[in-house]
Design a protein around this ligand. Structure first.
Ligand code: NAD
Length: 418
């Protein structure tokens, strides 16, 4: 299926093929598991503030429908393509299956730089994109959530547009919305909090003492900023952070509260006085105990994998490490990888809680949410580590084989219609 051609989709397929070989999945079942069930491309016309009209391409990919509705984020970023979104949807499928959620994977987005839109243009873009997708999304069909370049406000506009069409409030159509509209306590923090929880579990496994450890975080958005704060709360010294404009390094530790104040005023980390500037490439190679890529795909490659100086690689982003880089890390043997589909799964787990709460109109306390989140992450971590050790395989292969196996089992049992 050439429509999905993209380096990130090729990477997701290569990972899948490795797992399929391990699980001895017959050739006849592989394409059915790999290629998305459905994908949509829409043209999104937006009236600009100056009266002109720009048409942006929008996408939504639903990877498989065998375990329930599909679930996954909406990304607003200039590099969004159908192939990238298809790869991210595939990873969502393995992630939901690994954590035992009743969903197939999905992902979507618009090829746009949201920073170049006014608030009014962003709202019109979001509403028109949602309108184009109305026949294909819904609480029992496909449930979007925030991702790169989208946030609670974008989710609020999506709920409002969908609800205006339905004629009544339909909170369960998206997750990651504001709490007052039926969002869940703890959803905003869920992904970064989950990353920090799993880093803690990896440290236990490696007998590392958090209070003697340092961390570097690439990307200071929803995932990266919460991961940095949560790690700091666990006693870890955060010595490096970055955003799209570049990075910051201070071996004595970065004052994250002062950094947030700087970000609120300047909308970039650049120019923060409490640390030295570094490039994003340099940031990844800083000495640290924990490296958290929390920006985009394909950041750790064959080119830089040999130079990483961390003990734990905690993948907050989706697909930050290429298969070539994986091979190098496996050969090195000194980096404990918490693979993306496990490491950042806290986001979709609490999205699942949000969806359940919306469907029941019965809301939980934050401590109930955090407790249930930790229980699910613990189960997935223990299963992944156990399989990795029993079979002597890397953590990523173990996590993916647990996820792929569940989807494969479901599809075999359901058979093919007609
Ligand atoms: P976000 O838009 O809130 O933040 C992204 C951050 O990355 C920003 O600080 C941005 O400046 C930075 N960035 C962008 N391009 C960069 C580059 N080339 N180099 C360095 N930094 C760059 O997005 P987010 O929601 O935090 O998502 C980050 C990653 O986590 C993505 O891979 C996403 O798919 C994944 N993820 C997000 C969630 C979630 O709940 N939001 C859940 C699971 C996985």
């Amino acid at each position: 299926m050439e429509i999905y051609n993209h380096p990130t989709f090729a990477m997701a397929c290569q990972q899948f093929d490795t797992v399929a070989d391990l699980l001895e999945i017959p050739a006849s079942d592989r394409d059915r598991l790999k290629f998305p069930k459905r994908s949509f491309t829409v043209a999104v016309p937006v009236r600009r503030d100056d009266g002109s009209i720009t048409v942006f391409p929008g996408y939504r990919v639903q990877h498989h429908l065998s375990l329930g509705p599909t679930k996954g984020g909406m990304r607003f970023h200039p590099d969004v393509t159908l192939g990238e979104v298809a790869a991210l949807a595939m990873w969502m499928s393995w992630k939901c299956a690994l954590t035992g959620l009743p969903y197939g994977g999905a992902k979507g987005g618009v090829a746009v730089d949201p920073r170049l839109l006014s608030p009014g243009e962003l709202e019109r873009l979001t509403r028109r994109f949602t309108q184009e997708l109305i026949p294909f999304i819904g609480p029992q069909v496909d449930i979007p959530a925030p991702d790169v370049g989208t946030n609670e406000q974008v989710m609020a506009w999506m709920v409002d547009t969908y609800s205006a069409h339905a004629g009544h409030h339909v909170p369960a159509v998206v997750t990651g919305k504001p709490v007052v509209l039926g969002g869940s306590l703890g959803r905003r923090e869920a992904t970064g909090r989950g990353v920090a929880y799993l880093v803690g579990r990896a440290m236990d496994t490696l007998s590392m003492d958090a209070s003697k450890c340092t961390a570097v975080v690439q990307g200071f958005g929803n995932v990266g900023s919460v991961a940095a704060h949560s790690l700091q709360k666990q006693g870890v010294r955060v010595v490096g952070v970055s955003d799209v404009g570049g990075g910051l390094h201070n071996p004595a530790g970065i004052d994250l509260v002062a950094l947030e104040r700087h970000l609120a005023t300047h909308r970039t980390l650049i120019g923060f006085p409490g640390a030295e500037p570094v490039t994003n490439a340099e940031l990844l190679e800083l000495p640290c105990d924990v490296l958290v890529p929390a920006a985009l795909e394909r950041q750790i490659t064959a080119e830089n994998a040999g130079r990483l100086r961390c003990r734990i690689l905690a993948e907050g982003a989706n697909g930050p490490t290429t298969p070539d880089a994986d091979e190098i890390l496996t050969r090195r043997g000194d980096v404990f990888v918490i693979p993306d589909i496990l490491c950042n799964s806290g986001g979709v787990v609490v999205s699942y809680f949000e969806w359940v709460q919306d469907l029941q109109s019965f809301f939980w306390s934050e401590s109930e949410i955090v407790d249930r989140l930790h229980r699910i992450l613990e189960g997935a971590f223990v299963q992944t580590l156990g399989l990795s050790r029993r079979q002597g395989i890397p953590m990523r292969l173990a996590a993916m084989s647990l996820g792929v196996k569940r989807v494969w089992d479901a599809r075999r049992l359901r058979g093919i219609f007609p």
